[in-house]
Ligand binder design. Structure first.
Ligand code: HEM
Length: 139
């Protein structure tokens, strides 16, 4: 039987599911708001909401990265990838606010979106590993 300590360090079924759904829901909401911002909507009021939801997605991806790392055979690459992307994503997001038009802004937007999709994919890959490591009844 899994003790509280094991559940905390390696990720119980419930904590994997919570982190996995937190990633999906926050990432989807962040993306929808991001597209609204991109199309010029929201008048800037949605930017802090977008940032907070984006940070929730990053924390969820980090949690999944750490949980899968602590399992036997966990991937350091996935955990490190999630960590690095989670640091770069807000830098790229906030960094693009200092561009005022031109091709530089387009590149900054593209970099931000690519990093966002990369961390979502990385988090999903970590969740997939964790689910595969659990008994079928616990999925
Ligand atoms: C799952 C995570 C995220 C997704 C899917 C996402 C997606 C997007 C999209 C589609 C845009 C509009 C296109 C663009 O300007 O690049 C955008 C803009 C932006 N994002 Fe994110 N983002 C995420 C996380 C974050 C985080 C963590 C931060 C900062 C803490 C952030 C800050 C910003 C800012 C400041 C803008 C520009 C808003 C503006 O131009 O007024 N984003 N994001």
């Amino acid at each position: 039987m899994e003790t509280m300590d094991q559940a905390g360090s390696t990720g119980s079924t419930a904590s994997v599911q919570v982190a996995s759904w937190a990633l999906r829901i926050s990432a989807l909401a962040t993306l929808v708001i991001g597209l609204e911002l991109w199309s010029g909507g929201g008048g800037g009021a949605l930017v802090p909401v977008h940032m907070v939801l984006g940070i929730v997605a990053i924390i969820a991806a980090w949690s999944l990265g750490i949980m899968q790392l602590r399992r036997p055979g966990g991937s350091r690459g996935l955990a490190l990838g999630a960590l690095v992307l989670g640091v770069l994503l807000p830098i790229a997001g906030v960094g693009q606010l200092s561009f005022f038009g031109g091709s530089g802004q387009l590149v900054a937007q593209l970099v931000h979106v690519v990093l966002a999709f990369a961390i979502i994919g990385m988090g999903e890959a970590c969740a997939g590993r964790l689910r595969r490591a659990q008994p079928a009844t616990a999925r």
